[in-house]
Design a binder for this molecule. Structure first.
Ligand code: HEM
Length: 504
């Protein structure tokens, strides 16, 4: 929400501009009210009351997934907002999500234009934000079959196992001194290091300021840019510093990516990282769309789409485990029986850990890392659940509200109870629309196997040889689950706990 905040700060510190804006809003009100009356005559989905110019933007608040759920309770599972000048459809039930991502998946396969993403991702040379097009199809095929296929993800196994061993060594050190550890920091380092090695074949540590740069990149990419919703206000970004910030991040990353060195010698297939594979495609198929900017944009996609999301998911899973000692004990028992006194965690044994998988699903249900998923946009007029939805309508799917819907999940929908998944076939792979943290359909996340492999080994490493206690509260009772604002929703406060070495 940075852009929105800066927007308001700018106006309130410049009285003349504020007065002109108010005058403009006043003069526009009549015209826009006329327009909105005209809209409500058509067979469009129900809409809450809206302001001229801003539409419903002012209603989103700091936790839009929560506000939108409240609106869905009064306006139904499919309703229409106007965010600035952008008509935005909001789906808040498994059925309406299925309509968007399955029944009419093709019509909703576009992403809305964002000036910031376009700039940072080399004129949309990436996969995640690029418009639905022949270029997207080519990149998607490369991603699914060459970069993130089950075989490729498996070939990165040694990286995950080595990084997990390093994580265990750090926790062991903390346990020997009874140190209070910041689990968020440990998890974030592990997920960044894994993605870094997978992308470039090596880590870029503190000396390269890699972590800070990534953080800033994520923050700028996640900025709600007022100009995307109210285009005529684009000039504000020249004064509130956003344009400068975007250019700075772009230049820093571009220079960083130019410094990534690759040897001329071809690596063994099993040793290849993402950049190696993309360079190979460029060499072998010169008529493919892969050029130098593509390689940079796809690598940025891996970081932007893959690192912070996995970190967020792990942070919430550990939060809920620590808040529920009964679950922690049951999970540790499963892990300890299967792993025995093996020191290092090997991935092949994780496959048998059913309770671990249930715990991860339950965490995704209550805390999808991107609660409103990644917005889509319609490419044509389409009828959804009887309503007319015109071309170029943005779509938000509220996965957070769907995961907590008591009509689907029962009276204990707000409770963390992994057992609900033990005898259930419901999974998050995009077939079951009541659990969609990774989206679904054509634009569904291609990194599911990558993400789950990283999550599983990290959780097993943290729980196998360590018991954990939370300061200030017996039985995990002192730990809150408050959310920070943002598109990917983190904990509001650091996740702190003390490890002790487990002895059987
Ligand atoms: C817990 C971790 C993750 C979560 C919750 C997550 C979630 C999502 C969501 C919600 C979408 C949009 C889906 C849609 O529009 O239907 C998405 C797309 C995407 N994700 Fe993930 N993701 C995760 C991990 C990863 C990883 C590890 C990678 C790659 C290394 C990745 C790469 C992508 C890409 C490239 C897209 C864009 C696909 C397209 O537009 O065609 N994600 N992800």
């Amino acid at each position: 929400m940075y852009g929105l905040q800066q927007f308001f700060i700018f106006f309130f510190s410049h009285p003349l501009q504020l007065a002109s804006l108010l005058l403009f809003l006043f003069l526009s009100a009549k015209f826009l009210l006329l327009l909105s009356n005209k809209e409500s005559n058509s067979n469009s989905p129900p809409s809450p009351w809206k302001l001229p110019i801003l539409g419903n933007l002012h209603q989103l608040g700091t936790h839009p997934h929560r506000t939108l759920r409240s609106l869905s309770l009064s306006h139904g599972p499919l309703f229409l907002l106007r965010l600035g000048s952008a008509p935005t459809l909001v789906a808040s039930s498994p059925e309406s999500a299925k309509q968007i991502m399955k029944t009419h998946d093709l019509a909703f396969s576009n992403r809305p234009y964002s000036a910031i993403s376009n700039r940072l991702l080399y004129n949309y040379k990436d996969l995640s934000q690029t418009p639905y097009s022949a270029y997207w199809r080519q990149m998607r095929a490369i991603c699914v079959t060459r970069l993130l296929s089950a075989r490729r993800v498996d070939s990165f196994r040694h990286i995950r196992e080595q990084e997990a061993a390093l994580l265990v060594a750090t926790i062991e050190e903390g346990a020997s001194h009874g140190t209070l550890l910041d689990l968020g920091e440990l998890i974030s380092r592990m997920t960044n290091d894994v993605v870094c090695r997978v992308a470039f074949g090596r880590k870029y540590g503190d000396d390269d300021d890699g972590e800070e740069m990534l953080e800033e990149f994520g923050a700028v990419l996640g900025t709600v840019n007022v100009a995307d919703f109210i285009p005529w206000l684009g000039w504000v970004n020249r004064f509130n510093g956003l344009d400068r910030r975007v250019e700075k991040v772009f230049a820093e990353f571009d220079e960083f990516l130019d410094r990534v060195e690759k040897s001329e010698e071809e690596e063994e297939e099993e040793e290849k990282d993402i950049v190696d594979v993309l360079l190979q495609i460029q060499r072998e198929t010169p008529d493919s769309a892969v050029d130098r900017d593509t390689i940079k944009a796809i690598v940025l996609d891996m970081f932007a789409a893959g690192s912070d999301t996995t970190y967020t998911a792990l942070e919430w899973t550990m939060t809920e485990i620590l808040r529920h000692p009964r679950v922690m004990e049951k999970l540790q028992q499963e892990i300890r029986v299967i792993l025995g006194d093996e020191r290092n965690v090997r991935e092949e044994v994780i496959e048998r850990m059913d309770y671990l998988k249930a715990v991860i699903k339950e965490s995704f249900r209550l805390h999808p890392p991107i609660p409103l998923l990644v917005p889509r946009e319609s490419t044509q007029d389409v009828k959804v659940q009887g309503y007319d939805v015109p071309e170029k309508t943005r779509v938000i799917v509220n996965a957070w509200a769907i995961g907590r819907d008591s009509k689907r999940w029962g009276d204990d929908a707000e409770e963390f109870r992994p057992e609900r998944f033990l005898n259930s076939k419901v999974d998050f792979k995009g077939q079951d629309f009541e659990l969609i943290p990774f989206g679904a359909g054509r634009r569904g996340c291609p990194g599911i196997s990558f993400a789950t492999a990283s999550m599983e080994i990290t959780l097993v490493s943290m729980l196998h040889r360590f018991d954990w206690s939370v300061p200030g509260g017996e039985e995990g009772g002192g730990l809150d689950a408050d959310e920070a604002p943002g598109l990917a929703v983190h904990r509001r406060t650091p996740l702190l706990a003390v490890p002790t070495l487990y002895s059987p």
